[in-house]
Design a protein around this ligand. Structure first.
Ligand SMILES: [Zn+2]
Length: 58
């Protein structure tokens, strides 16, 4: 239910929101667009967006 909201760090003790300027890379896959974010805490979180959510990001 949270996938429509901003990404949040996946580290257990970290709930920082991952903004676009934390994005390290973007990968197009059959399942959608995968994005890797590096949090200020050092953890890397990967999110997957379905095609309908990618819209006008660049
Ligand atoms: Zn974090």
């Amino acid at each position: 239910m949270l996938e429509h909201l901003a990404s949040v760090c996946s580290a257990p003790d970290c709930e920082r929101t991952l903004s676009e300027d934390r994005r390290m890379l973007t990968m197009e896959t059959p399942d959608g667009t995968r994005r890797a974010y590096e949090c200020e805490c050092g953890a890397v979180t990967v999110t997957v967006l379905s095609d309908e959510q990618t819209r006008t990001q660049q």
